[in-house]
Write a protein that binds this ligand. Structure first.
Ligand SMILES: C[S@@+](CC[C@H](N)C(=O)[O-])C[C@H]1O[C@@H](n2cnc3c(N)ncnc32)[C@H](O)[C@@H]1O
Length: 222
């Protein structure tokens, strides 16, 4: 069985993503790489929201260092409400070609709920970075979570935004289906499995403290 890659000690070279357009910090890129590298191949790796392929690249390189599961990259490529009138598909394809990960990626140009309704395979890693409004984040969770295997991981980007924040608080920290909840920069991730409510509450307090400190640091550095 493949050994888990230790936190912060893996061969992910950020040079490949530094010039890519997107919103992931280096630390968040590490989290994605590590989560994908730790997949065992028991289920698919699903990306909801690819934009121009930055997170797709982190997941692909991580998975390649691990079990080699393909990344199913779902995005209509017409942007979210905050992006205006865009079409990111050509640049996405160019980037996955340039980053030499074409063999790792199965792009699906569609909305996550359309794909999710037809999906019938197990999922081991579910990365949610599509539309960030509350109802869409909740919809992604409700449609895709049943496919996530026990021991599989769910991860949300922009988890301090109001939509993801509320879904994560209600369904992960206060819910019954997730444990080992972690928070790194804007990513919240958790393992599917029977929750220990007290531990999850503790994790929520730690999250609040970490986020509070980060906001103070940001204010000071202005
Ligand atoms: C914040 S961007 C994703 C950024 C990307 N993960 C990265 O690392 O660069 C959000 C993306 O979600 C896509 N999107 C919006 N609604 C969606 C939906 N219902 N299903 C899938 N993707 C969606 C948009 O087209 C946009 O490309």
């Amino acid at each position: 069985m493949k050994e888990y890659l230790p936190w912060h000690r893996h061969p992910f070279d950020h040079a490949i993503i530094t010039k890519m357009e997107g919103w992931l910090s280096d630390k968040e890129a590490d989290v994605l790489y590590r989560l994908a590298a730790n997949c065992t191949g028991k289920g698919a790796i699903i990306e909801i929201g690819s934009w121009k392929g930055k997170s797709t690249t982190c997941l692909s390189l991580g998975s390649r260092a691990g079990a080699g599961t393909h990344i199913t990259a779902i995005d209509p490529h017409t942007g979210s409400s905050e992006h205006g009138d865009v079409d990111t598909y050509a640049e996405f394809l160019e980037n996955i070609e340039k980053n030499d990960i074409k063999d790792m990626v199965k792009p699906i140009r569609d909305y996550s709920h359309n794909v999710g309704k037809e999906w019938n395979k197990p999922v081991e890693l579910l990365w949610i970075d599509g539309a960030h409004e509350y109802e869409f984040v909740l919809q992604d969770l409700d449609i895709w979570e049943p496919h996530l295997i026990v021991g599989g991981v769910i991860a949300f980007h922009d988890s301090t935004m109001p939509g993801p924040w509320k879904v994560i608080e209600d369904r992960l920290y206060k819910g019954r289906n997730f444990k080992k909840i972690g928070f790194a920069h804007g990513i919240t991730y958790a393992t599917k499995g029977k929750a220990t409510p007290l531990r999850n509450r503790g994790a929520m307090l730690l999250r609040d403290a970490a986020y509070g400190l980060w906001k103070i640091k940001k204010r000071i550095s202005k």
